[in-house]
Design a protein around this ligand. Structure first.
Ligand SMILES: [Zn+2]
Length: 282
C-alpha cells in the first residue's frame, strides 16, 4: 500500500464517525512489536495507528524508525499510519514529518492556551504542506475527579478546545475526560456528559488516551459518546515485557532471540486482537 496521506486518514476517521467505532492506536517500542502490530492489522483487516513515543526515538533513532515504518506501511494491505505520540517538541515533530511519519501529536497542553495554539499552528502548517495529519491536546478540559473541577470550568475548557481547533486547523484532539496513562489503581470514572458536550462543540475526531485498564463497557460508552481513536500503550508493553521474561524463564537464556520474541509477539497479538474487537464497537 502507498504511503497514507492526510486525506485518507481523515476519511478513515470520518468512516469511524459515520459508523460509530474507533480506530485503535497501538504504541510500539521496537521492531518486533512493530511487526506484531502490522501483522495483527492485516490478519483482522483493521486500519491502525502504530505509535512511537519520543523515548523510542531516543533509543533507536528517528531515521531508522522512519525507514522501517515506511517499508512496513508499503508492504501492508491494510492502512497503517505511523504516528509520533506525545511529542512536546515542535522541532522533533517537524523532524518526524521529514522522516516519513504520517501523523504527529504535538503535546503542548501544559502551556498556556496562546502558546499551545502557537506550537500546534507551527506543526500544522508544516505538516499540512506535506500531507501529514496532526493531533493536539488541550489540558483545560478538566476531568471529573480533578481538583477544582466544576461543570463551569469544564465548559470553559470546551470553549478553549474549540478555539484551539478553529485557530490551528488541527486534525484530531485528545480530550481529558477522566482517563489516565498507565494502569489504574481504581477503575477510572469517565465523564460521558462532558465528552458529549465536546463532541457537539468540536468538529474534529476526538482521541481517548490511556486506554489500558479502562473496562470494555466504558471504552464502548466513550466510543458511543464520540471517541474515534483509542490509544493503548501500557497494556501492550506490559504483556510484551512479561512474555519475554517468562519465555526466558521457560526456555533458558541460550534460546535464540527470535524464538523468545515469537512467544512475545504471539501474546502481544492476542492483546491487539482484543482491542481491535473493542474499538470496532460491534
Ligand atoms: Zn497518551
Amino acid at each position: 500500500m502507498m504511503k497514507i496521506e492526510r486525506e485518507q486518514i481523515e476519511e478513515l476517521l470520518q468512516d469511524a464517525e459515520k459508523n460509530n467505532y474507533a480506530i485503535p492506536h497501538f504504541n510500539h517500542s521496537d521492531f518486533w512489536d512493530m511487526s506484531a502490530i502490522a501483522e495483527a492489522a492485516q490478519e483482522k483487516d483493521t486500519p491502525v495507528f502504530i505509535a512511537c513515543l519520543p523515548k523510542v526515538i531516543e533509543a533507536i533513532g528517528i531515521e531508522k524508525l522512519g525507514a522501517v515504518a515506511q517499508i512496513t506501511m508499503e508492504q501492508s494491505k491494510t492502512p497503517i499510519i505511523y504516528h509520533l505520540d506525545h511529542c512536546h517538541s515542535v522541532e522533533l515533530c517537524l523532524k518526524a514529518i521529514d522522516n516519513g511519519y504520517n501523523s504527529v501529536m504535538i503535546d503542548a497542553a501544559d502551556l498556556p492556551l496562546e502558546e499551545n495554539i502557537k506550537a500546534v499552528k507551527t506543526v500544522v502548517d508544516y505538516a499540512h504542506a506535506r500531507n501529514v495529519h496532526v493531533e493536539a491536546e488541550i489540558g483545560k478540559i478538566k476531568s471529573a475527579g480533578d481538583e477544582g473541577y466544576t461543570p463551569e470550568a469544564a465548559f470553559a475548557g470546551i470553549e478553549e478546545a474549540k478555539q484551539l481547533v478553529d485557530e490551528t486547523g488541527v486534525d484530531a484532539l485528545a480530550v481529558s475526560i477522566g482517563s489516565e496513562h498507565g494502569f489504574y489503581q481504581h477503575a477510572p470514572k469517565l465523564d460521558y456528559d462532558l465528552l458529549e458536550k465536546i463532541h457537539a462543540h468540536v468538529q474534529v475526531p476526538l482521541v481517548l488516551h490511556g486506554g489500558s485498564g479502562i473496562p470494555e463497557d466504558d471504552v464502548r460508552k466513550a466510543i458511543n459518546g464520540g471517541i474515534r481513536k483509542v490509544n493503548v500503550g501500557t497494556h501492550i508493553r506490559y504483556t510484551y515485557v512479561k512474555s519475554v521474561g517468562e519465555a526466558i524463564q521457560e526456555k533458558g537464556p541460550a534460546t535464540h532471540t527470535a524464538d523468545i520474541m515469537e512467544v512475545a509477539k504471539k501474546n502481544v497479538k492476542e492483546v491487539l486482537y482484543d482491542w481491535m474487537r473493542i474499538c470496532s464497537n460491534k
